[in-house]
Design a protein. Structure first.
Ligand SMILES: [Ca+2]
Ligand SMILES: [Ca+2]
Length: 238
């Protein structure tokens, strides 16, 4: 090998070594949480990705979710196949979660698959601070049918969504308690088992089959796992 070939090879090797050293250092700093930017004088610490919580949501068949009045997650697949939405959430307590969940149901008949059958619903959620779905959530069914399970002459009941149903200060005191359902009853599909839902219960309104659109709400005063939420004064002036 002559000199002109050796030089680029040596340079490449040096770049590779330097990249590995930088990557290793960065990874170990991130692992120890030492990669945070130092706070600016007088500015306070800014939140970093380690300050977020992982939120896992599974709906049969579709949902959208608001936290403290803001839209945070939407199921990216309208009905089939069933999927899990997993996003990072920046928590702020007290934290109001509000969900609209829909079973796959024709608006006029309450049935699915070209009106050939009655489908069932189901909703489950877990946030990394220990917030989980269960009968302590509030629920309200706003679409129901087919009435009397009459599939020959299917009729449905729809209610307008209450104004600001997802807002922090919405009064849900007259809503019913969510009803919890066994995993065996909801029969979640494969993606459910690939994410952490430990401790969470499937919820819906009173009828897993005939309630087709259900609203849910919960306000969490502080992290259920007892962790101390970090404060960021830099964000509190906004
Ligand atoms: Ca249904
Ligand atoms: Ca369904």
């Amino acid at each position: 090998m002559n000199k002109s070939y050796r030089k680029p090879a040596t340079a490449l090797l040096l770049v590779a070594i330097a990249t590995t050293v930088l990557w290793t250092t960065g990874a170990s700093l991130a692992q120890r949480g030492e990669g945070r930017r130092p706070p600016r004088p007088g500015g306070g610490e800014k939140p970093e990705i380690e300050d977020t919580l992982r939120l896992n949501v599974y709906a049969d068949n579709w949902f959208s979710l608001y936290i403290n009045g803001e839209l945070v997650a939407v199921d990216s697949i309208r009905f089939m196949p069933h999927n899990v939405i997993s996003v990072d959430v920046f928590p702020k307590y007290p934290m109001t979660l509000a969900v609209i969940a829909k079973d796959n149901a024709d608006a006029k008949t309450g049935m699915e698959y070209n009106n050939t059958q009655i489908g069932d619903g189901g909703f489950i959620l877990k946030l990394a601070d220990g917030t989980v779905t269960g009968p302590h959530w509030k629920a309200k069914s706003v679409s129901y049918g087919p009435i009397d399970r009459d599939t020959r002459d299917p009729r449905v009941v729809h209610e307008e969504l209450p104004e600001n149903w997802f807002a922090i200060d919405f009064d849900d005191s007259l809503w019913q308690a969510a009803k919890a359902y066994d995993e065996q009853t909801v029969r979640p599909k494969r993606p459910f088992y690939q994410y952490d839902f430990e401790g969470a219960k499937f919820i819906w309104a009173d009828d897993l089959e005939l309630d087709n659109t259900v609203l849910f709400r919960l306000t969490v005063d502080s992290p259920p796992d007892g962790s101390q939420p970090k404060r960021f004064p830099i964000l509190e002036s906004n």
